[in-house]
Ligand binder design. Sequence first.
Ligand SMILES: [Zn+2]
Length: 86
Amino acid sequence: MIDQMTCEETFRRLDDFLDHELSASECLLVQEHLEICTICAAEFKFEAGIWSEVRAKLQRTTVPPSLREKVTRLLRDTNCSDSTEK
Ligand SMILES: [Zn+2]
């Protein structure tokens, strides 16, 4: 049996998961955890909402890829500092 991910591990991977930067196996682990854990699923929904909002905005206003990258990095940095507190 494959190791189940803890909430902490899942939280740490949520950004990469949303950004499709996880390996297939990690992706699966996150997905599995989201299915059994309502806390992480709620957090995922919340983050996914922000992401789709930002993505939609970026798509409406044609921004240069460099700026898009900057925003993406900024978002991730913010999320990282948030997830350190318990
Ligand atoms: Zn969880």
